[in-house]
Design a protein around this ligand. Structure first.
Ligand code: TYD
Ligand code: MG
Length: 474
């Protein structure tokens, strides 16, 4: 056989090049391109030999197809994010920073399923059996009958799984440590990760077991190496949180069998992860409600309303280009809100540094947070605290109008439940009549909000005295 020219693949995104280069043009990563052995090696021999294909029976969409029941672990936050439990025969990728608690979560889930009488196998490629045992002991789960193995060879794992009685759940911790005999490259390379994942996908479909793969995440939040794996799996969940906070958020990024906007909230305690049934209470605890520069945002994560505090600090800048630092929100979105405040409301922040933080380490992606962000910014600039009993939500448009957002009713209900009495938000007629417990104060433009805050400000000179067009918060 003629020797093929070597191929080079980006170890982060899997893009293929025919020569080495320093930067991957597909994903922008540096120094991630490495030589890969021939991909053809992974193709089964029968296909290479030019065997004729076998016709398969085509089915109709209607069909019988009684889906097997989902595997429910009883850990409510996990089951909900997975779409109501794990689907037999499906494969799920759990990504997250090292040390965030992926292994802890999966040991807890494995033990929970084992205690419900399912056969569960937990394969650790990173820790020795004793370490996993130690952790289970600490979690008080040593009694659960989980099959443990410390193994990194994909073929050995498959032989083990296929040997015994049928397995319902398999955890592979982590996919980056796995390697297969069929390819030559080192563990952790794209080819190895992809091949091992393919073997596990095939095993899941054939055996009907649910398989969970753990994947590490790089600094910029990509699942390292196996972005290629994301396409193969049925669901991608990410486990987020930052080291300084106790709570962790499980988020569905892709799910063929459930919604992708659900989140599950956990708290890391001395005895493992515990579920947080009411996240708003957690995110609003220790709130300093009398301080200027904070606004409570009534947000939605999937079907769940979550109240969270947005903090802003606006301070005169000594830099030529003032700083804009954002934690937990989109910096482009902040730039847009600043521009609208400047152009439509006369709030000039060009000479100020702006810091924005979403309290508690939550990451918000909803445009509905615009209004709360604008409120916190103006409050910080003027030194006027926002009313402590009010929540904010609404999308700001480039014209300075405030647009209604979805699920206002659920947001208002959650705010009322937590003792808030006013909501400052753009409301349609139907929403306004909603709730007796909370007074919804309609707002149609950003100018209205700015005027209302300026009216409470000790230093009125900071803002141009403009009359608002929408109803304010008085
Ligand atoms: P781990 O599950 O090993 O993270 P990952 O698999 O994502 O790398 O979590 C390790 C961290 O969790 C470690 O810093 C200690 C902490 N932890 C607790 O705080 N309480 C516990 O009960 C356990 C088991 C871990
Ligand atoms: Mg781990």
């Amino acid at each position: 056989m003629a020797r093929r020219a070597p191929t080079f693949a980006c170890q982060s995104c899997g893009a293929v090049y025919n020569r080495w280069q320093g930067k991957c043009e597909a994903c922008g990563a540096w120094n991630t391109i490495a030589e890969e052995p021939e991909v053809a090696a992974a193709v089964p021999a029968a296909q290479r030999s030019g065997r004729k294909g076998r016709a398969v029976v085509l089915e109709s969409l209607k069909g019988e197809g009684n889906p097997p029941p989902r595997l429910v672990s009883g850990i409510g936050e996990l089951d909900r994010v997975a779409g109501g439990g794990f689907v037999p025969g499906s494969i799920l990728l759990l990504g997250g920073d090292p040390g965030i608690g992926k292994s802890t979560l999966l040991v807890q889930a494995s033990a929970a399923l084992a205690l419900r009488g399912h056969r569960v196998v937990y394969v650790s490629g990173e820790e020795a059996v004793d370490q996993v045992r130690l952790r289970a002991g600490r979690l008080g789960l040593a009694e659960a009958e989980v099959g443990l193995a410390a193994e990194t060879n994909a073929e050995n794992i498959l032989a083990t799984l296929q040997g015994g009685p049928p397995v319902r759940l398999v955890v592979i911790d982590s996919i980056q440590t796995m390697w297969s005999d069929t390819v030559e490259s080192a563990p952790g390379t794209v080819t190895q990760v992809r091949t091992s994942a393919q073997l596990m996908v095939r095993y899941a479909k054939q055996s009907g077991a649910a398989v969970i793969l753990v994947g590490h995440v790089t600094k910029d939040g990509q699942i390292a190496g196996p972005r290629v794996v994301e396409h193969m799996v049925d669901a991608v969940l990410s486990f987020e949180g930052d080291g300084g906070h106790q709570f962790r958020i499980l988020r569905a990024q892709k799910n063929r069998f459930g919604p992708t906007d659900e989140i599950g909230v956990f708290e890391m305690t001395g005895r493992g992860l515990s579920e947080v049934a009411n996240p708003s209470e957690l995110f609003l605890s220790n709130r300093d409600s009398g301080a200027p520069g904070t606004a409570v945002f009534a947000g939605m994560e999937g079907t769940r309303p979550i109240l969270v505090e947005i903090q802003a600090l606006v301070a005169p800048s000594s830099l030529g280009t003032p700083r804009r630092a954002v934690v937990g929100w989109d910096s482009n979105r902040l730039a847009m809100v600043l521009a609208v405040l400047d152009a439509r409301c006369g709030v000039r922040l060009g000479g100020h540094d702006v810091y924005l933080n979403v309290a508690g380490g939550l990451k918000i992606s909803e445009p509905a947070a615009d209004l709360a962000v604008a409120g916190a910014l103006v409050s910080s600039l003027t030194g006027a605290p926002l009313p402590a009993d009010a929540v904010y939500f609404g999308e700001v448009s480039l014209t300075g109008a405030v647009r209604p957002v979805s699920q206002a009713a659920a947001r208002l209900k959650e705010a009322a439940k937590l003792g808030f009495t006013r909501a400052i938000a753009p409301l349609s007629g139907a929403d306004a009549a909603l709730d007796g417990a909370i007074r919804a104060e309609g707002l149609s433009s950003l100018t209205g909000l700015v005027a209302a805050i300026a009216a409470r400000a000790p230093r009125r000179a900071a803002l141009p005295a403009k009359e608002g067009s929408g109803a304010g918060e008085g």
